[in-house]
Design a protein around this ligand. Structure first.
Ligand code: GEK
Length: 241
């Protein structure tokens, strides 16, 4: 696995973070050392897929990057006649995801699609995964996307939504942000790397509170939802149609 060294040197100006080939090269190392609980969530997506996938339905991994969640869905899937559709709008991510998927046997047909999830058709879905992707969608477009996802789902289907979050309580928010930075330091990132990455992500990754996510999911048409996993300021929700 290539080590993420993107922000090790002091940069004269810091460009907005984007999912280009430099990021795709080191993505697995970057996300595992940056997102507390990422591996656990990926592993549990397998269990959730096993439980919720319905025969003859579609499963979506929206913002699939290198396909970690797609592969996990493939491992958990034992319903007949399903298709997994993995979507990302980064050309390099899609290219590498296709290679990764091709190396692994899953029982479902998997298509890796280059496209914008804001316009991807969602149809006949029993499991939809948004694993740390919604946070990169402009906030004003999030409701419409979730409403469309819910509209394309079967009754009893689930959306798994993982996000970085913030907290209304400023003290708690500061505390959990500090603990997240401790987590990154413990995984080998320097203070310079942490601060330059933070600048690059400002206005690109826009986190919201758990109550905002919950209310929007219910307004978008899901009948129930709650957090099933949380580690510091990272969490994953399940929303049932
Ligand atoms: C994982 N889910 O490993 N349309 C399609 N893709 C998009 C869009 C969009 N509008 N916006 C962003 N992306 C993965 C990790 S990473 C999260 C997901 C992170 C894609 C973007 O190209 C990137 O690959 C992914 O969403 C977000 O489980 O880096 O923190």
């Amino acid at each position: 696995m290539n080590k993420d060294k993107i922000y090790t040197e002091s940069l004269a100006s810091i460009a907005n973070f984007s999912f280009d080939s430099q990021v795709a090269d080191v993505f697995t190392d970057m996300i595992e050392r940056s997102v507390p609980g990422y591996r656990s969530i990926i592993t549990m997506i397998e269990t959730l897929t096993e439980h919720y996938a319905q025969p003859g339905s579609n499963l979506y991994d929206l913002g699939c990057s290198l396909g970690a969640a797609t592969l996990s869905m493939g491992r958990g899937l034992n319903a007949e006649d399903c298709r997994i559709i993995a979507v990302d709008n980064s050309a390099t991510m899609v290219e590498r995801c296709r290679k990764a998927i091709g190396r692994v046997h899953t029982c479902a047909g998997v298509s890796v699609v280059a496209g914008d999830i804001l316009t991807t058709e969602i149809d006949n879905a029993s499991v939809v995964v948004l694993n740390f992707t919604l946070q990169f969608i402009p906030p004003e477009q999030r409701f419409q996307l979730l409403e469309r996802i819910c509209g394309g789902m079967r009754p009893g289907g689930v959306l798994i939504l993982s996000e970085k979050v913030v907290f209304d309580d400023m003290h708690l928010n500061g505390l959990l942000t500090d603990i997240h930075h401790d987590f990154k330091r413990a995984h080998g990132y320097s203070d310079l790397e942490i601060s330059q990455k933070r600048t690059a992500l400002e206005n690109v990754l826009v986190p919201e509170t758990i109550p905002v996510h919950r209310e929007r999911l219910l307004n978008a048409g899901f009948s129930s939802c709650d957090v099933w996993f949380q580690c510091f300021n990272f969490m994953s929700m399940i929303a049932v149609k």
